[in-house]
Design a protein around this ligand. Structure first.
Ligand SMILES: NC(=O)c1ccc[n+]([C@@H]2O[C@H](COP(=O)([O-])OP(=O)(O)OC[C@H]3O[C@@H](n4cnc5c(N)ncnc54)[C@H](O)[C@@H]3O)[C@@H](O)[C@H]2O)c1
Length: 414
């Protein structure tokens, strides 16, 4: 089978998870992408990424620490952009202009302008742009979407999406607390706005706000690492960090269908610990379990409560893609698996979809536009508190409303 030669750009924490997922894709027996190169500005990370590729595939990839040199390499047809988000557009735009197809980690860009620069470069150069959005690929999310498609709820009028709880420790990396770098309010909650648009269709109006619940973040405490590994892991972290970007977002959405969505993501607030993803209609209601935990979707219908696989007889048209069936199992909508293989399977599904769009000339499931609207749905909440009113997705995409984003666009030269 023809395989697309690809360069992984950004070999930090997520870059390594991507490399594992390409191995999972290969293990599926219908792999359509081959890692031929890695690139990272940091030579140590580039080298570690290359070693991981060699360990998993038995073949050393090309190593680049200079983006221009990687993009000049004719042996590379596609790039996988896994840098921290403030660099996504400055890596992806030249890559797309060089005729490379690109899959870009979420959030696609830090602002609507950053997203639009990538979408425009892909369009002009007739190459594929995909957003690496993994959570919707989870079989329970596929099941939930099928319940909606089969009309079991009748017309849904309300979705509730709440994820609350955390502490004041730095979340994964310091950049996740900085407005100009891609703070966690966007970085994490953009997964949830993608789930909302996956379940409920297009966003229309947005009202809400962003918050910094924990203004000072601390170096993570040691949870079980030996002292040397702990020091090594966190050696570049400050003892404390003043947050400049939101760690939380609270929003109310009106969708184009007329349905309303209540969404809150709060990565702080000790004492809060809540997760709910539910959709309510006249005939029934459903609760999805969240992502990567394999727990059952619950459907309350006709006075009964059905769980996971018990719902399948009501869904004659439910089918998962071939790659999903190979990596999980046919109609497997619940599972008990540790996080790393589940994580790798979801990403293998998104990479396969990207590869198929290139090979067959189609559109990836999460293209640039959907990557952008998921971002705009978060930024819309931040913009609405400044505007003092609800804002329309059309106003965000046209650039009419962008007061919050101006500072970021200026810093990014957009
Ligand atoms: N989908 C998910 O579940 C998930 C989970 C974690 C992270 N992510 C996303 O993955 C991306 C990376 O996150 P991370 O945690 O790996 O960040 P990180 O800071 O650990 O790694 C980023 C890497 O990119 C490199 N880099 C930065 N600018 C570069 C450039 N211009 N050219 C080449 N290399 C460059 C850095 O040197 C670093 O090695 C982010 O967009 C993040 O939101 C997604």
């Amino acid at each position: 089978m023809e395989k697309i030669p690809l360069c992984v750009i950004g070999c930090g924490g997520m870059g390594h998870r991507h490399i594992l997922a390409y191995r999972e894709l290969e293990n599926s027996g219908i792999g359509n992408i081959e890692i031929v190169a890695v690139c990272d500005l940091n030579p140590k990370n580039a080298d570690l990424g290359a070693r991981e590729v060699e360990r998993l595939f038995g073949k050393k990839p090309l190593i680049f620490t200079d983006l221009d040199k990687a993009l000049a390499c004719a042996d590379i047809a596609a790039v996988d952009v896994v840098t921290d988000p403030s660099f996504h557009h400055s890596v992806a735009v030249p890559a797309l202009q060089a005729g490379k197809h690109a899959i870009v980690e979420k959030p696609l860009g830090l602002t609507v302008r950053a997203c639009q620069a990538m979408i425009e470069a892909a369009r002009k150069n007739n190459v594929v742009l995909a957003t690496a959005e993994n959570l919707r690929r989870d079989p329970p999310n596929r099941l939930a979407r099928s319940i909606l498609d089969h009309g079991l709820l009748d017309t849904p009028y309300l979705m509730i999406h709440n994820a609350l709880g955390g502490d004041d420790q730095i979340i994964i990396t310091p950049w996740r607390h900085l407005k100009l770098k891609g703070a966690i309010g966007l970085d994490m909650a953009v997964h949830y706005t993608d789930i909302i648009q996956y379940y409920m269709g297009e966003f229309d109006q947005i009202y809400g706000r962003g918050l910094i619940v924990e203004p000072v973040r601390r170096k993570p405490v040691n949870h079980g690492l030996d002292l040397e590994s702990y020091r090594e892991r966190y050696k570049t972290f400050p003892e404390t960090l003043e947050a400049t970007g939101e760690d939380s977002v609270i929003a109310l959405y009106k969708m184009k269908s007329g349905a309303m969505v209540q969404m809150s993501y709060v990565a702080g607030g000790r004492g809060s610990s809540t997760f709910e993803r539910s959709v309510h209609g006249r005939k029934a209601a459903m609760w999805a379990p969240g992502d990567r935990n394999g727990r059952p979707v619950i459907l309350k219908i006709d006075g009964k409560e059905l769980k996971g696989a018990e719902i399948l007889p009501l869904l004659p048209n439910f089918q998962m893609s071939e790659i999903t069936q190979r990596l999980f199992a046919e109609r497997q909508v619940e599972y008990q698996l540790p996080f790393p293989p589940v994580d790798a399977k979801h990403m293998a599904i998104e990479f396969h979809d990207f590869g198929e769009a290139i090979l067959k000339g189609g559109k990836p499931e999460v293209d640039g536009y959907l990557g952008m609207t998921a971002v705009a749905a978060i930024l819309g909440a931040y913009e609405s508190i400044i505007a003092g009113r609800e804002v329309g997705m059309d106003e965000l995409l046209s650039g009419k409303v962008r007061a919050y984003q101006e500072e970021i666009d200026d810093a990014l030269g957009l």
